[in-house]
Design a protein around this ligand. Structure first.
Ligand SMILES: C=C(O[C@@H]1C=C(C(=O)O)C=C[C@H]1O)C(=O)O
Length: 113
């Protein structure tokens, strides 16, 4: 990010949008990296009910909110962003695990089938 102009050195909207686009590209790469671990989590969890871990979520959100505030951001904004992200991930895990279980039921019929 060293090639980015500092906010105070930006003198045009284009300067600022160039910087924001560069940061957004980095953010999306980090989201993709994070998502890789969520995908792996969905492979390790055994049941859709495991997808939502409320205790873990509340611990994480409180830590993110605090960290955001320490960095001079609005804690509520960080909380909202993380809750949306986590909600999507829980839904992803639920449907992925459910689909895997359904597929293994089809492949492994019971004694009668
Ligand atoms: C990744 C997990 O699964 C879900 C997704 C989370 C996330 O995106 O950080 C956090 C909690 C979970 O309910 C987990 O259990 O840690």
């Amino acid at each position: 990010m060293s090639h980015l102009k500092l906010p105070a050195d930006c003198t045009t909207k284009a300067d600022i949008r160039t910087a924001i686009d560069t940061i957004d590209e980095e953010l999306i790469q980090i989201f993709a990296k994070r998502q890789g671990y969520v995908r792996r989590m969905a492979e390790l969890k055994q049941h859709p009910d495991e997808a939502f871990d409320g205790e873990r979520i509340e611990t994480m959100v409180a830590a993110i909110k605090k960290r955001a505030e320490d960095l001079g951001l609005e804690g509520d904004q960080a909380e909202n962003v993380w809750r949306v992200l986590i909600d999507w991930n829980v839904a992803y895990e639920q449907r992925t695990i459910a689909a895997r279980l359904a597929a293994s039921d089809v492949k492994a019929p019971g004694p009668a089938g």
